[in-house]
Ligand binder design. Structure first.
Ligand SMILES: *Cc1c(COP(=O)(O)O)cnc(C)c1O
Length: 393
């Protein structure tokens, strides 16, 4: 049979992630490729979810989500950022941030419309833009600053040049996976100015909103002048509470934009797990101290893995947030991240993800690999010990 997959998704066959995970399993390597924590979220959160299931919260929740969770999400946004959203019409619960992003793109982007995305980009963005029949316009984030403290950012001229007559939306992920960049107020001001000037929508992926380091603050794009009315903000519970398998997320925005999301989502998943929604609503009120402690622990893990990678011979960038650190492989004598990632599990017993899969312009990321540091200290230490054998041949 000819390839049955629709043409617009032909570029999205088996991903490098599946290959790396298989390799890691085959070789019994430490998997620093996929970004999930190897410890659980707060005990009260897990306990509450179990109690709600045992207590009978097992049928369809309302399509927009449990009112308890929508109220808790709105209260958290108001308290942290002074943004007021009406829980009844401006907050909508989805199956993880992934479904929220997909529904927003499918509901707001016409075939042929262009979406500006910063690359390296999270792998679901190009796929959902393709599903919508949209066209992605990448703007590349590049490392700036001295070795060891380099941070990825964009050239404002490049962003402005990416806007054309068919541009509909800018997709902004901050804190950014995989670079760890947290956009500064100045960078956000440039993005906001472009949105206002060209009447563009903004879709913000804020799943790492609480995981920022060194006192760097996450600023939602919607807090900038003229942006609340044109921004769909997306977040979720997975990264904040170390429960990536729960797939409970939400979108926030003005009612007409949220209606566009809900129109699509009611036919994608209709609704999301109700018992988990109740548990998350409670945790957003009562477990933010746990999140602060987790953030501090992650910062220490960032430093632990970064130092180890540096000692092993990599040049390491300095992430301001997220679970990930980017490493330049050229000081070790390698030039191609895919080649290295394919040999690393067997040669060193560690799996990582080659960053070039996150780029349209693959050459921009050819020499970079992404390591996840959301793992127990002893796992990170063992990975570093194994990687230090690389430079010794
Ligand atoms: C993990 C991740 C997501 C997915 O979030 P879910 O809530 O699990 O769907 C979305 N965006 C980025 C950048 C991520 O790293």
């Amino acid at each position: 049979m000819d390839e049955p997959l629709v043409t617009r998704l032909r570029d999205f066959g088996e991903t490098i992630f599946a290959e790396m995970t298989r390799l890691a399993t085959e070789t019994d390597a430490i998997n620093l490729g996929q970004g999930f924590p190897d410890t659980d979220g707060p005990a009260s959160l897990l306990h509450d979810a179990a109690q709600h299931i045992l207590g009978g919260v097992n049928q369809y929740p309302p399509g927009p989500g449990r009112p308890e969770l929508r109220a808790a999400v709105a209260a958290a946004r108001a308290e942290s950022h002074g943004l007021d959203y009406d829980p009844a019409t401006e907050v909508y619960v989805t199956v993880g941030a992934t479904a929220g992003i997909a529904a927003a793109v499918l509901g707001l982007v016409e075939p042929g419309d262009e979406v500006i995305v910063f690359e390296p980009m999270y792998d679901s963005y190009p796929a959902v833009i393709a599903m919508a029949g949209g066209v992605r316009r990448p703007v590349t984030l590049r490392p700036t600053g001295q070795a060891g403290a380099a941070r990825f950012t964009f050239d404002p001229q490049e962003l402005r040049a990416a806007v054309g007559p068919r541009t509909r939306m800018i997709l902004v992920n901050s804190p950014h996976n995989p670079t760890g960049t947290v956009f500064s107020p100045e960078e956000l001001a440039v993005i906001a100015e472009v949105c206002r000037e060209h009447d563009l929508l903004a879709l913000t992926d804020e799943v790492y909103e609480h995981l920022t380091f060194d006192g760097v603050a996450h600023v939602p794009l919607a807090t900038l002048p003229g942006m609340r009315e044109r921004t769909v903000a997306v977040s979720s519970v997975g990264k904040t509470f170390s429960v990536t398998g729960w797939k409970t997320g939400w979108v926030m925005g003005p009612a007409p934009l949220v209606r566009a999301v809900s129109t699509v989502n009611q036919f994608l998943t209709f609704t999301a797990n109700g018992a988990l929604q109740l548990a998350v609503a409670e945790a957003l009120r009562s477990e933010m101290a746990w999140v602060a402690a987790q953030r501090d622990a992650l910062q220490a893990k960032r430093d632990r893995l970064s130092e180890g990678l540096r000692a092993a011979g990599f040049e390491v960038m300095r992430p301001q947030g997220t679970y990930f650190v980017m490493a330049d492989i050229r000081p070790l004598g390698f030039t191609d991240g895919i080649e290295l990632a394919r040999t690393l599990p067997r040669a060193a017993g560690v799996a990582a993800v080659p960053a070039q899969v996150f780029y349209d312009r693959a050459e921009e990321g050819r020499h970079l690999v992404r390591f996840a540091f959301c793992k127990r200290d002893e796992v990170l230490d063992e990975a570093v010990t194994r990687l230090s054998r690389l430079s010794k041949g």
